[in-house]
Design a protein around this ligand. Structure first.
Ligand code: SF4
Ligand code: SF4
Length: 280
């Protein structure tokens, strides 16, 4: 597998407003996300616990799923296992001023860790870099699913997916409970939360509730450790990372100012964001 990512970031940005080649494929199938986030990166339990422990709980985004059968909450039928609503946790995507694919700069929902000036990941190669990003699009290739790289090629030309042999081990993803998929033990506590998640306006408390359950999940079961839940919930609500503060600022600026990627220096770098190397 070899990908050509310079000037792309198609798997980090919601570029649906730029081309119909970026479709709503995530909203099809048996389990459909309640939110409309494009290409959410599913974190493992170890990864999300590390984000929470390191004070980055404010960048995490829970994702619930609609299904034809499941548990009814706030008028939605949630995908569930044994009556327990299931969910994933990913990274938030605030609007940022970005110019992928040589397009004009625009406000597009973008991963909280993407540097708008270089279109490179600020946590690439660190111990926080998600496995799902490090291995992309290996699983798609192994399972013969279309990749984001090919969608970008279809829309803008170029040679993004240069070599298509999947890496060893790609495509084997049983998604065990408590690994990347979590169950909420009390659907009643999700009343109101589900409606706000579906409307793309979850509160900090809503996000903390689901992230804390995921962080306190016992692997392979639907059990949640109460003490871990309490401490994770408190940590998420206390989180005040550079990324979370930058995210709030982007949301304040979006669509009220001209989309200038160079604004990232003031919004992200000056708040402590790690630099990216560029494409020399
Ligand atoms: S869509 Fe493919 S080519 Fe583009 S940034 Fe992602 S992995 Fe790289
Ligand atoms: S963590 Fe990095 S590679 Fe993954 S989606 Fe975010 S910016 Fe892209």
């Amino acid at each position: 597998m070899e990908v050509n990512c310079e000037g792309c970031a198609g798997c980090c940005i919601d570029w649906r407003s730029l081309s119909t080649a970026a479709g709503d494929y995530e909203q099809q199938g048996r389990y459909r996300p309640l939110d409309d986030t494009y290409t959410l990166v599913p974190l493992s339990s170890d990864e999300l616990r590390r984000f929470v422990a390191d004070g980055f709980g404010d960048v995490l985004a829970p994702r619930l799923f609609a299904a034809d059968e499941g548990v009814a909450v706030d008028g939605h039928t949630l995908a569930a296992i044994e009556g327990t609503p299931v969910f994933q946790v990913g990274l938030r995507k605030p609007p940022k001023p970005v110019a992928p694919f040589d397009a004009d700069p625009a406000w597009l929902d973008t991963c909280v860790f993407l540097d708008p000036t270089t279109l490179q990941c600020r946590i690439h190669g660190t111990d926080r870099y998600p496995e799902a990003c490090a291995t992309y699009p290996g699983d798609n290739l192994a399972l013969d699913h279309e990749t984001e790289c090919e969608r970008v090629e279809a829309a803008f030309g170029g040679d993004r997916l240069r070599e298509q042999t999947p890496p060893d081990g790609a495509g084997i993803d049983p998604m065990p409970l408590g690994a990347t998929v979590f169950g909420h033990p009390d659907a009643g506590r999700l009343a109101g939360v589900v409606e706000r998640v579906a409307a793309a306006r979850p509160t900090d408390t809503d996000r903390a509730e689901l992230v804390a359950v995921a962080a306190a999940h016992r692997p392979g079961s639907l059990e949640v450790d109460r003490d871990r839940y309490e401490s994770a919930r408190a940590a998420v609500l206390d989180a005040d990372s550079w990324a979370g503060r930058a995210l709030d600022e982007w949301e304040r600026r979006a669509n009220r100012t001209e989309p200038a990627p160079s604004a990232a220096r003031a919004v992200e770098d000056d708040r402590g964001a790690p630099p990216t190397p560029g494409w020399d």
